[in-house]
Design a protein around this ligand. Structure first.
Ligand code: IYR
Length: 343
């Protein structure tokens, strides 16, 4: 039960919950993985799943981090050589952020995805999958330019990774769920069990509260940001006094691309999300420093307590943002030091 709590903390869904319970009952020797397209910055989006991997290690899992170089090249991110260079840096950043290199198996996709057996399985997977299904599974990964044949091959290879890495649990952000569903449907046709999947929430853009946060669009925070960078970015953050902002109340059509209406977008409070998914999982308590006139310092020992204080008006969004900048800086500081030592 304790392992199950640790595993599901800060997740949106397990597919399926009963399968996850079975893994939680005996995690020793079980393998979990996340794959990442190598990218130059380690941003908070990556760190949500990385934090989950640390929790899985704590629960007794073996953890694999796939630096998906071939996937990145299928997604047109550069030559394999360039991507591998980036992957090496990214691995150092994950370690700096706190993934123990003794306990974590890092590997490149190209280390096994070019093996004969993998390639033949890939062909079989192609036979078993419709074009339409492959395309649909990529909707939230490739965005609008999922028109290349490579974007249809990409999800099939991702699904196949689960078999060839011999993992029991596939972890990813919610944008990966359709690829994981494809894996659950098709891998059994190749004689493999359907993998159990665990999905983490997407963090909204810090400045607008809209959509998911990535390095390519919107404001993100990375392990390379300075204290001042972080303070400036968080200061611009969207923080209404609620964890569940109403898009129709907070947005007008002018804030959005043509044809998109407020009702069509998902709106979050990214400041509170960052407390929930980054700060509290790594630090047990958060102290908000306030002038005596505004009630003096106050310490929260859970995310829920902080959220309640914001919603009741006892904690002002500006004080909340200042505390977030401070906490994120402490989090990044751990990594900054390790990166500096490695230089
Ligand atoms: N689709 C991921 C990258 C990726 C994930 C896994 I799990 C793989 O097996 C292969 C690639 C992304 O969007 O970054």
């Amino acid at each position: 039960e304790e392992a199950f709590e640790l595993m599901t903390n800060n997740t949106v869904e397990a597919v399926t919950e009963s399968e996850l319970r079975e893994l939680a009952a005996d995690p020793e020797g079980k393998r979990a993985y996340v794959g990442y397209e190598p990218s130059g910055v380690l941003h908070l989006g990556h760190m949500v799943t990385a934090t989950k991997l640390m929790e899985l290690q704590e629960a007794g899992f073996e953890v694999v981090v796939l630096l998906a170089d071939i996937h990145a090249s299928l997604n047109d991110k550069g030559t394999l050589e360039e991507i591998r260079e980036i992957a090496e840096r990214m691995q150092e950043k994950f370690v700096a952020f706190g993934l123990d290199p003794e306990q974590t198996e890092f590997l490149l996709g190209s280390e096994f995805q070019l093996d004969d057996e993998y390639v033949l399985d890939q062909h079989e997977f192609c036979v078993e999958t419709s074009m339409n299904r492959a395309n649909r599974s990529m909707g939230e990964i490739a965005g609008d330019d999922a028109e290349r044949v490579s974007h249809a091959v990409y999800p099939l290879m991702q699904a196949l990774d689960i078999k060839h890495l011999d993992v029991d649990l596939a972890v990813g952000g919610m944008e990966q769920r359709k690829v994981h569903m494809l894996a659950r449907d098709v891998l059994p046709k190749l004689g493999e069990p359907a993998p159990t999947c665990l999905h983490t929430p997407l963090i909204a853009d810090l400045e607008t509260g809209i959509g998911k946060m990535s390095s390519s669009d919107g404001v993100t925070i990375s392990i390379e940001d300075s204290t001042m960078d972080i303070a400036a970015k968080v200061d611009k953050g969207f923080c209404p006094p609620t964890a569940d902002p109403d898009p129709e109340e907070q947005l007008s059509s002018d804030d959005l691309p043509d044809g998109v209406e407020p009702a069509d977008v998902e709106l979050e409070n990214p400041v509170l999300q960052l407390f929930e998914f980054h700060v509290f999982p790594r630090f047990n308590t958060v102290t908000v420093e306030r002038d005596e006139r505004f009630g003096g310092d106050v310490t929260f020992d859970s995310y829920d307590a902080l959220e309640a204080a914001v919603e009741s008006g006892n904690l002002h969004p500006e004080d909340c943002k200042a505390a977030l900048a401070d906490a994120l800086d402490r989090l990044v500081e751990l990594g900054r030091r390790k990166l500096a030592i490695a230089d």
